[in-house]
Design a protein around this ligand. Structure first.
Ligand code: AP5
Length: 248
């Protein structure tokens, strides 16, 4: 089964088979050669935002770390932010803990307040990558409103397309290695259902806006990164062509 309701555009890297590897060493990621950040910032004149969208285990966090290092933009990972709150025992952490343990989404208002506060920090001024937000239509609408107030925009929503078998393999492996609280077999299956009902509709939401970039997430981490970079570079080039046409 492919964990994706509909594919709205060609999948970057579709058909490339391959094995897998564990979370990459982000220090090994080479500097960008395509000047994506510069080209998009010049094109839009506004902060550059990238959203990672995909089911649990699709590799969002793995790729987010690599892309944030590559493009030198802030990596805002909601799962990590929430786990830090839980570990610190803050009010937010105490409220979020039960939801996360069950594999449920933390209520929109809590997560949105946390994310928008984080996006207001100086390191997000030129660009940011959102790993794990938005996950509901309500969150997407809150983000849209925040962006439009600041004349900022999302340049690409990376939609990671993967089979359920591969997700289960990856999360089972992580459960054996890292013992994450919500990586039990029952909770993984529940999180996949939550993704299908709450987050999958965002594929349609962003496809309508023309920002969706579907990426084949099966293969090594390097192969997946290469597909993402190819897709983003193509998008940057498209923006530049459109801008040049408007200027003539
Ligand atoms: P990884 O990169 O960790 O995949 P992932 O897609 O980030 O998977 P997660 O399980 O972390 O995502 P999630 O969305 O369920 O959790 P999150 O922390 O955001 O890769 C998975 C494994 O595969 C790793 O071991 C990795 O090494 C390996 N791997 C990666 N790429 C590979 C490759 N190419 N080949 C082979 N192996 C590979 O959220 C947790 C909880 O927080 C949620 O359940 C929810 O309760 C709460 N929460 C977070 N965000 C929100 C929100 N916006 N709204 C409400 N609640 C939220």
């Amino acid at each position: 089964m492919v964990v994706s309701a509909r594919i709205h555009e060609p999948v970057v890297g579709a058909g490339v088979a391959g094995g897998g590897r564990t979370r990459p060493d982000t220090e090994a990621v080479v500097a960008p050669t395509d000047a994506l950040e510069a080209s998009l910032a010049v094109t839009t004149g506004r902060p550059l935002g990238i959203v990672m969208l995909g089911p649990p285990g699709a590799g969002k966090g793995t790729q987010a770390a690599r892309l944030a290092a590559r493009y030198a933009i802030a990596n805002v990972a909601t799962g990590d932010l929430l786990r830090a709150q839980v570990a610190e025992g803050t009010t937010l952490g105490r409220r979020a803990r039960g939801y996360m343990h069950r594999g449920d989404l933390v209520p929109d208002e809590l997560v949105t307040a946390m994310v928008l506060q984080r996006l207001g920090r100086p390191d997000c001024a030129d660009g940011f990558l959102l790993d794990g937000y938005p996950r509901t239509v309500g969150q997407a609408e809150a983000l849209d409103a925040w962006l439009s107030e600041r004349c900022a925009c999302i340049v690409a929503v990376l939609h990671f397309r993967i089979t359920e078998d591969e997700l289960l393999r990856r999360l089972q492996r992580r459960a054996d290695e890292q013992h994450r609280d919500d990586d039990t077999v029952e909770t993984i299956r529940y999180r996949l259902r939550v993704f299908a009902s709450e987050t999958q509709p965002l594929v349609e939401h962003y496809a309508k806006r023309g920002t969706l970039l579907t990426v084949d997430a099966i293969g090594t981490t390097e192969e997946v990164t290469a597909r993402v970079v190819t897709g983003l570079t193509g998008r940057a080039n498209g923006h530049q062509v459109a801008r040049a046409r408007r200027a003539t």
